[in-house]
Write a protein that binds this ligand. Structure first.
Ligand SMILES: Nc1ncnc2c1ncn2[C@@H]1O[C@H](COP(=O)(O)OP(=O)(O)O)[C@@H](O)[C@H]1O
Ligand SMILES: [Mg+2]
Length: 293
């Protein structure tokens, strides 16, 4: 029987979601009846607490778990792990580097600029979105509608990153996400957040956000762009690609999530279920693709 360690918790601000994802994955892998499953809760950015095993299922969101840190440590140990490798994880965690990689592959993202000077004027027309380039869960992200709100937004983003802020054209319209597993796209899920903004509150505190399956004509194109984005960043296993799409159907990739949520309410399991793949079978497929760099 193969011994599988499920890593969860960690030190990022997504720790509590990670604990839910991890518990859910443990239950699913146990239900398959063919693995010895060991839950491992991490409380620091290190794999010292991980016992010897045949493979690691990563349920660590944000920070060390998603930025190439844990991937580098597991490469060094020679233990295969789920999801993208170290370089792809690091790239996808960096919104600026991601934009460069996507541009090269012809995948559209919103117009953007980088600001390092806290006193700089907005390089983009209003409204725009100001974000720290290497964080997740919407921390330090805000929409600026005029010079005054831009000042506040820039200060917030620079406080998180310490060096630079990404300023992006605000894309009006709807938000959608596409899970890609082993290079194949699952059905598109729409994220209908109250007020059209999927911030920290809408993600973790509000239960007003709904996640329907849209029926628009452009969905196959969005799935194609999601796979192109996945390939452009060198992903493997499972990755979720988030989009904004205007009412005219013009789509822009917002970001890639290389360790997407696996809780009972998460979007990847929801999209997989739509194709008939239940949660344990989904976890088994993700695990089957586990690898080292
Ligand atoms: N350019 C944009 N146009 C419109 N909304 C945006 C834009 N960038 C971010 N948002 C909103 O902010 C949320 C968080 O931004 P995102 O880039 O996904 O950062 P995070 O890594 O924190 O999730 C998005 O889900 C979306 O609702
Ligand atoms: Mg996001």
């Amino acid at each position: 029987m193969k011994k599988i360690c499920v890593l969860m918790g960690g030190t990022s601000n997504e720790r509590s979601v990670s604990l839910q994802s991890g518990a859910n994955v443990v239950k699913a892998l146990e239900a398959l009846g063919k693995y010895e499953v060991v839950p491992v809760q991490l409380d620091e950015d290190s794999v010292d607490a991980v016992p010897a095993c045949d493979a690691v299922f990563l349920a660590l969101h944000g920070g060390y778990g998603e930025n190439g840190g844990v991937q580098t440590a597991l490469n060094a140990r020679g233990v295969p792990y789920t999801g993208p490798g170290a370089a792809a994880s690091k790239l996808a965690m960096d919104k600026i580097e991601t934009k460069k990689a996507l541009a090269k592959a012809g995948v559209p993202t919103a117009a953007w600029a980088v600001v390092t000077d806290p006193a700089a004027a907005s390089p983009m027309a209003f409204p725009c979105v100001v974000k720290p380039p290497r964080d997740g869960s919407s921390v330090g992200i805000s929409k600026a509608t005029d010079t005054a709100s831009f000042r506040t937004a820039l200060a917030e983003a620079l406080k998180v990153d310490g060096r630079e802020a990404l300023v992006e054209a605000f894309v009006p319209g709807r938000e959608m996400t596409v899970a890609v597993l082993n290079g194949k796209a699952f059905p598109v899920v729409e994220i209908c957040a109250p007020g059209g903004w999927y911030g920290y509150k809408e993600k973790y505190l509000s239960d007003e956000t709904t996640y329907p399956f849209p029926t628009d004509d452009f969905l196959p194109e969005m799935q194609r762009q999601a796979v192109a984005a996945y390939n452009a960043c060198g992903c493997r296993g499972v990755t979720r690609v988030d989009f904004r799409v205007t009412d005219a159907g013009e789509m822009f990739v917002l970001e890639l999530n290389t360790v997407p949520g696996m809780t009972a309410h998460s979007l990847v399991p929801k999209a997989a279920a739509k194709t008939g793949l239940d949660f344990p079978a989904l976890c088994d497929e993700i695990l089957a693709a586990a690898a080292c760099d």
